[in-house]
Every structure is written in C-alpha cells, then in structure tokens.
Design a protein around this ligand. Sequence first.
Ligand code: WT7
Length: 583
Amino acid sequence: MEWFQKWDKVLDDSDAPFYKWFVGGKTNIVHNAIDRHLKTHRKNKLALIWVGEPGDSRTFSYFALNREVSKFANVLKSMGVKKGDIVTIYLPRLPEQMIAMLACAKIGAAHSVVYGGFSVEALAERIEDAQSRVLVTADGGWLRGKIIALKDIADEAMARQPTVETCIVVKRTGQDIYMEAGRDYWYEDLMSLPIAGPICETEPTDAEDMLFILYTSGTTGRPKGVIHTHGGYMVFTYTTLKYVFDVKDEDRWWCAADPGWITGHSYIVYAPLINGVTSFMYEGAPTHPYPNRWWQMIENHGITILYTAPTAIRGLMRFGDSWPNRHNLGSLRLLGTVGEPINPEAWKWYYTVIGQERCPIMDTWWQTETGGFMITPLPITPLKPGSATRPFFGIDVDVVDDESQPVPTGEEGYLVVKTPWPGMLRAVYKDPDRYREQYWDKFKTMYQTGDSARKDEDGYVWVIGRMDDVIKVSGYRLGTAEVESALVSHPDVSEAAAIGLPHELKGNAIHAYVILRAGVEGDENLAETLRDHVGHEMGPIAKPETITVVDTLPKTRSGKIMRRLLKARALGLPEGDVSTLEE
Ligand code: WT7
C-alpha cells in the first residue's frame, strides 16, 4: 500500500475510547484500490465480473473501473459534492453501486449505502441522519424474475426527507418511472455530458478522515451510523483478506453478500480491489431461474473462492445434491462463511458437496463495527465445524462475566475485544454518547461486542449469538426496536413487541405481539396488513413471521417491555427471574 505521507504515530489512545490510527498519515483508499494498479500489469486485469439476474453480463478492467469512477467523481463534483458531504447510495447489486462508492471516496466525500432491500422509512431516516443532498438510486433491480421498484421507494422517502436536492437514477430495468424536473437525472445522461470528464485527481485524505458511515441496528431506537475512516480501514481490510483467504493474482473471488452491508463494503469493494483481485458479483437470487444458478456461475467463471452466509447455504442445501453435482466445481480452493454461527449440517454439506472435501472453510466472525475479520481461521488452521477458531493477528479477544473477569474454559460469557485495532469503528455519527454507552461503558477498557461466546480447551472461540435486542434474520442484522416502531406507525397499533425465535432456514425469525388501539377489531386480515406495512416501511426482511394480537405486554415496573419473558413463553421455557414484572 502507498501513502502520500507517512504517519507520525500508529495508535493514538490519548482520548480513549476515541482511538485514532496512523495519525498524521495521508492517503486515500481509492489510490490503493485503483490508482496504484494502473502503473502495473493489473491495469488490464479484470477488477470486476458482473452478472445480472436476467443473464446479461459486464466486465471492468482496473483501467475501465478507473475511468467510470473518475467520470462519476467529476459528476458528483459538478453537483457540488465535496469533503464532509455524505452521499446516500440506494442501489441494487450493480457495478454502479461500487462505482458510486469509489467515486465518493476518491473526492474525499463519504458514502452512506442503504441496502436495496430496505424500504421507505429505513431509507428516509438514513437520509435524514446523514443530511444527504445527493441520492444515487436506480429505476429498479431484478430479483427472482421480478422488478423491485427502487425509485418509487426513493420518491416516497425523499417526500418524507426533503434534504435531497439531486437524485441520480441508474437505468437498470427500463420501466416507466416518475422523474422530477430539476431534481432527478439519469445517471447515463450525466455520464455522457462534458462534466463527466475521464480524468479526476484522487483527493489526498487524512488517515482519520471519514470514508463512510454505515447504519446498523443497535439495542434501542434508531439505527446508528457506524463511522469508518480511510487509513485504518484500508490497512485492516487489505490485511485480513490477504491472509485469511490467501488471495493471489490468479484468483477469482466471489463474496456473495450485498455491497449494502459491511461484508460487501469490505470484501466486495475495498479489500479485493486493494489486493488487486478479480471479483465476481451477481445481481439476483441464488435460485433463479433454477437452484443451480450459483454452481453454474462458479463453473462458468472459474470461481476459486466463495464467501457466503449460513442462511444461503441452508437455502441451497434443501434443493439437494443433484444441483451442484451437475457442475464442475473443481476451480474452488477455499470457502468462507459469515453472519451467524454455522450449524453442523450446513457446514458438512458446504464442505463435502460444494468443497468436495478439498476446500477449508474460513468461518469469519466480525461485525459492522469491526470493519474486517476478527476471529477466523487461516487456510492452515485445523478446523472445528461451528467455531470461528481463533483471533486474527493482533486481535485480543476474551470471554468475560459481568465483572469483566474471564469465565472458566467452556463456560458462556460476554465476548469482548481487549485492545483497539485499525479497522474498528471510530464513533457513532453525531452521537458520541451512544458510542461510549453501546461499546465501552460496560467493560470500560474492553470493547463490548454484544455477542455471547465460550472458549474451549484449545482456545477456540464458539460464538453463540447476540445478547442484546438485535436479531440476525437470514444473517441480516435487525433491531427489535425498528420492527416495533414500524408496527406502531400503523394507525391501528398502539403498542408492539418483537422477538427473535429460532428458524430452520433463517437462523432466527421475527415474531411480533401487538396491542391494538381502542375500538379496533382484530380480524384475520389484520396480521397480513400489518406484515405488509412493516415490509413497506422497513423492507421485506423485517416482516414478522407471525403477529399476535394481545391485550397486555409483560413490562417491568419502569415500563420496559420484557422481551426475554415473551421469548421464554413462546419457547415454553422457564420464565426465570420475574421479580420486576408488572403485567
Ligand atoms: C453479528 C454482526 C460482518 C459480517 C456480517 C455481519 C454475527 C457474524 C459470525 C460468525 C457467528 C457471527 C454476530 C455479530 N456473526 N459473523 N462467523 N459466527 N456469528 O455483520 O450485521 O454487523 O452483524 O453477526 O452476532 O455480532 P453485522
């Protein structure tokens, strides 16, 4: 990696927990992701192979990617975007998602990517928090043979949050959409104007300048904007990908996540490019038109490393071995998993049927907040199915009790990180108190992950799951509070509680309990209406599995809903300590 100016100090902990890395250093992550390669043999190497769900395909060499990114960076500049601004990007899985992110970073602006599966209120509150003046979206995207009408959702979100002055629309599906004169512009039109010149200098940034914010669910209230910066994030994502997946020049790397989540930010966009790897990206559903879609693409494109989530593996496993067995998966040499603990059946299937007992599985534990892999094997590490094994170089984790004391081997406790690392979040956007409270108040000098775990006699870490009100649904992170506020935004609902319960495919599923407003009769259509309402506000992934109408919710005397109790009752487990209950 290249720096424009070397740092004076690697770690500044004088204002802990607001740690700073590579203080005084000047760089720009895009310089290392793109510019640097243009001086080498990688100039004409493929940076990205993209396949659309209908079967269309586009490829970009590093040279071509640089041209697109530079052109779009110039477009953004002409719209007045500058350092300190946050551009909201709400796109399907298209090359333009990556191009828009890199264009922001190139000119020193920050991006806030909102997952294309989120809906109106989720998008609106993220635009509002970031005060974005520019929004990049698309007319639609393909999923399971259908069009997801992103622009309609964006229009409704912009009506709720009028901070957006310019909306840039990528043409993907070509159906008729509403375009507001003076606000909405086609991406393709702008890219053909003289303002979209092909040369754009990469802006030198301080190591600690904000690269992006990414909103993620927490214990309470609204999603929090996790801040990552140019220098530390660049070093950490580059290093973790390099060593954990041992990436080589001839690899074809496929991280099957969405760039709208941290997995995609780190391991579709930044780390593969910094490593000079060829990445593969696919727009649509794994089962479209048939459940062999992924295996066919691995064969066709000679994918060497596949990195995905347990939920996707379980989803494909249920169609049986004959689908993957029809394809030559001999190009694969390594596999990876992330997002939730992987169950032994899914691990075994992934290992034997997909990896043909040749490919070690890198089970990587990390979070939006950590920027990159934290607990993970290397290709040479002896594996134990279901364990992310041991911490990465320089990462110091432990499992402790409420008094910050390590728990005995084999016992469950809080998973903590004992020392800062370069890829760590720097803060919560506009909310330093929340940063302290969420991550540092409980264990003071140790970072609180929110997960529970245990360590075995070999020092291997077994992550059990979230201990807070975060639910991992199909590997996606959602907060009970967000689902509840979507429910109570419906006029018929006065109170709501959401919990996560185990689900065979999704890992966890959301179940909701609602109290209706006086005078409202709950008929059989109501639950469906409310599920659709949550889908419309938050996105399909947040739709509760079941909605139960109740007269009361168990609460503590201070008025907090006891979700733990709801969960215990739903699972038929002992209710535990109910001394604070006031039903
Ligand atoms: C939470 C973070 C950053 C990757 C995508 C998720 C769970 C993540 C594993 C794993 C067991 C895992 C944890 C964590 N998790 N990877 N390999 N084994 N659990 O990022 O959305 O911020 O969610 O995902 O519960 O806290 P995220």
